[in-house]
Ligand binder design. Sequence first.
Ligand code: UD1
Ligand code: CA
Length: 465
Amino acid sequence: MFKVLILAGGIGKRMKSKIPKIFHNIIDKPMIEYVVKLAFGLNPDEVAIVLGKWYDEKRYGEYFKSKNMSIFMQSEPLGTGHAISCAMDFLEGEGDILILYGDVPLLRFDTIERMRRAHLEEKNDMTILTAIVEDPAGYGRVVRRDGRVRMIVEDADANEEQKSIREINSGIYMFKIPVLRKNLKYLRNENKQGEYYLTDLVEILDERKYKIGTVMVEDPDEITGVNTRKQLVDVERKMRYRIMDELMENGVTIEDPDTTFIGSEVKIGMDTIVKPMTFIFGDTEIGEDCVIGPNVFLEDSKLGKGVRMSFSHCQCVTIEDEVTIGPFSRLRPGTHIKKNVKIGNFVEVKNSIISENSRASHLSYIGDAFVGKNVNIGAGTITCNYDGFKKNRTEIEDGAFIGSNSSLVAPVKIGKDSIIGAGSVITEDVPPDSLGIGRGRQVNKIGWAKSWREKKRAERSVEGE
Ligand code: UD1
Ligand code: CA
């Protein structure tokens, strides 16, 4: 049996926030999501989380239900040891348990796997993940005697000599489940903070002749906890660089990592170039040989190969190979842009399919539409999809040419290879191969302008006298 227990009982006072600490975002998702993903990635039999009095089921219940983990409540934050004792029912049976913190999102899968292997191979009762850091202030110190761990002393309780120890407790441990279950009752809260410290178990277990091992993290950044807004930003920056370093290792050029934000789930193909000021979030996939940016926002979207996109905003869209988007395009949910299409400046597309080789190069709104192949949508074309009550569909068949500044009042269908005269308001279907034109007929009055001017001049000279 292998279980994971995540501690998140504290609200995070030092964040000075109405939002619980673990729901603050790092790049594109809440901090807790990184920890939960790590936990499930380890393939455990069961996962549970300890939540505190900040927990509002109405707001956050859905999130935890969707994760298939048990919730235990700690009504008062009386310390990490107390938090674990609130999950006593979870500590039944045999096997091993991993303790994670909800506010330590940078921890790597490989580190935990290494710790788990050591824990099992050395047959430890408790294994502590430790780190050597430059500045150990604030952390619990690992006190050793003859190389063996004897206890962990919290910063608040440490004497001068102990404070100079640079090996710190990450707060991440593995236990044999029965050992943890049977020894929690020995914890006392006689310390500076009046808390039940889980860390006191080290001394208790050592005295009772249990076997305690340690594993050291290679990169101490991994165990950085988020307690303040400043740490939140620091951790986010580290996470961003970690994600971008991996993408670069896999053949993606990121021209300016300082101004680029890419989420941890994003996939990008080889030889794609990401230009500065670009944000790529959520479940986004980008093919090979694309140029994305500068100034692009992409979320939950799929892009094929050879897509070029600049100064544009896209959410929940699919874009096929060799498409050009922007500058200044906005593609909204439900949009599917097929191969070789060009969507140009100041074009908004929503819930529409634009088929192969079609173009909307300037200043258009295309909503709830189907656009066939080889269609040209002239500048200023608007699909009038909303009648104040519901959204209606526009259908534009293959090869149609929509003259500039036309309004297509939906529901309406523009037939194959037809032409719409510029400036038309189209309210009826246009049959294939036809011209649809809906505007006032032009009238030229010969000499009218000249005589009008002469009349005006004459009036002025009379007034002037
Ligand atoms: C803890 C460790 C310290 C270690 C540090 C690493 C103890 C006593 N100290 O200190 O040795 O160096 O982590 O970051 O364990 N929590 C609860 N309920 C509580 C208190 C805390 O669920 O009553 C949760 C918090 O939400 C958080 C985690 O436990 O996720 C750590 O709590 P925190 O108060 O931040 O512990 P530290 O003082 O940082
Ligand atoms: Ca902490």
